[in-house]
Design a protein around this ligand. Structure first.
Ligand code: NAP
Ligand code: GDD
Length: 398
């Protein structure tokens, strides 16, 4: 487990190299107070960025994040962490930037000299990557290279640790079940292929230049702030809106595929643990339980007291109300709530992913605290509150 160093302790130049000369597995820059651990997060406005920023601030880090310039506010997930730049002793800083812009990355990294860099920035939607393969390669593949090169060019290799957001998508057409750190890769999308490059360039910089650079091979992880176009959030949002009469149906793609779903809160803790080891290594992070989209839909509706059953086959399969046990919702038996829409199919699919996180359990002491039911409960509760708020607003504006 992590132990902080004593306040005021400054590491001598001789002991600067990560993992050397201090039993606490921590590192510091010469002349800097070690308590001011500085972390840089790319992709801070995303799901994981928000959970990780909150987690690191809780550990006493000074957190810097890179956000993209957008024509509207894009910081909803981190607004609760925002600190007025006029305040003293700021712990949370945002910088405009983009992982497709090397000069911008070099300048930011040079300015803030982070001890830990978490590269979470990505075009992270697998289906969209088939529409934008070049942009995906540039951001998700070369983005990692640009940051690794910045660490090398700025001569920060002996003090800055690098975390790469690798993914279970690398296993793709999986060669074995469950997947471990030793399972061969076979990506099945432009996203997966771009992430494969990022994965191996991280290993390459570790081996060629001795950087503390690691891959977290994370399986799917979700939360109430998951993007609305990923399947879990699409389902939980639709379930509450159907229950409240705000939406008539959920249109969905492949119902048969299975994913290993965990909670983002558990998974960002694993990212941090990966950077606190003596030696840099890659780790699979997963719950070890895989569930089909069909069963996820049933569980989401069940959380609202609505029992859904499926009938029919292939694109004609539908989900209907078998029983509505919640008197607040008016859903008659037999009503169709779910239909298959082939527009949501992918050119090629990954049928099942399930991870074996034994290495993370034994070496990092990591274990997920959430299981799928508690994750779904939290997502449904939040989406229900948001939908009710929307209804109230609509009522009051009439
Ligand atoms: P997300 O919610 O889609 O967030 C992606 C973040 O990257 C956002 O902050 C986004 O900014 C930013 N971004 C996109 N393109 C960028 C660019 N060119 N330059 C700088 N920033 C850019 O994804 P997530 O679920 O938090 O995932 C975080 C990372 O883990 C990603 O690399 C993803 O591929 C990887 N991963 C995720 C999972 C999962 O199940 N969630 C599993 C394995 C690996 P905007 O807010 O401006 O769009
Ligand atoms: N998005 C979406 N929308 N997916 C659907 C739908 C739908 O209407 N219907 C079925 N699916 C299926 C997809 O075909 C896929 O097999 C599965 O649901 C999960 O899709 P997503 O939630 O979009 O996630 P993903 O598994 O493709 O990718 C996520 O997890 C990866 C880790 O394995 C992303 O977060 C990636 O960034 C991450 O690397």
């Amino acid at each position: 487990m992590y132990t902080g160093l004593k306040p005021g302790l400054v590491i001598s130049k001789r002991n600067r190299k990560w993992g050397l000369g201090n039993g606490n597995k921590e590192c510091g820059r010469a002349g800097h107070n070690i308590m001011n651990k500085v972390a840089l997060i790319t992709g801070i406005t995303g799901q994981d960025g928000a959970y990780l920023a909150e987690f690191l601030l809780g550990k006493g880090y000074v957190v810097h994040g890179i956000k993209r310039r957008a024509s509207q506010f894009n910081t909803q997930r981190i607004d609760h962490l925002y600190q007025d730049p006029h305040e003293k002793d700021l712990k949370f800083h945002l910088h405009y930037g983009d992982v497709t812009d090397s000069a911008n990355l070099i300048r930011i990294i040079q300015e803030i000299q982070p001890l830990e860099i978490y590269n979470l920035a990505a075009m992270s939607h697998v289906k969209v990557s088939f529409d934008m393969p070049e942009y995906t390669a540039n951001t998700d593949g070369l983005g990692a290279l640009r940051i690794l090169e910045a660490i090398r060019l700025l001569d920060l290799g002996d003090k800055t640790k690098y975390y790469q957001s690798s993914t279970s998508e690398l296993f793709g057409k999986a060669r074995e079940i469950p997947q471990t750190e030793r399972t061969p890769f076979y990506p099945r999308s432009p996203y997966g292929v771009a992430k494969l490059y990022a994965h191996w360039i991280t290993v390459n910089y570790r081996e060629a230049y001795g950087l503390y650079a690691c891959n977290g091979i994370l399986f799917n992880h979700e939360s109430p702030v998951r993007g609305e176009t990923f399947v879990t959030r699409k389902i939980t949002r639709a379930a509450v809106r159907i229950a409240l009469g705000m939406q008539s149906k959920l249109f969905i793609g492949n119902l048969d595929v299975k994913r290993d779903w965990g909670h983002a809160r558990d998974f960002v803790e694993a990212m941090w643990l990966i950077l606190q080891q003596h030696e840099p290594e890659d780790f699979v992070i997963a719950t070890g339980v895989s569930t089909s989209i069909r069963d996820f839909i049933k569980m989401a509706f069940e959380e609202l007291g609505i029992i859904v059953e499926f009938k029919g086959e292939s694109t004609k399969e539908v989900g209907i109300v078998a029983n509505c046990q919640n008197s607040h919702y008016f859903l008659p038996k037999g009503k169709e709530l779910v239909s298959v829409d082939p527009n949501y199919f992918r050119p090629i699919e990954i049928e099942e992913l399930v991870g074996d996180a034994s290495k993370a359990k034994s070496k990092l002491g990591w274990r997920p605290k959430y299981h799928l039911k508690s994750l779904i409960k939290e997502m449904i509760t939040t989406d229900l509150a948001l939908a009710m708020q929307e209804l109230e607003l609509a009522k009051s504006s009439k």
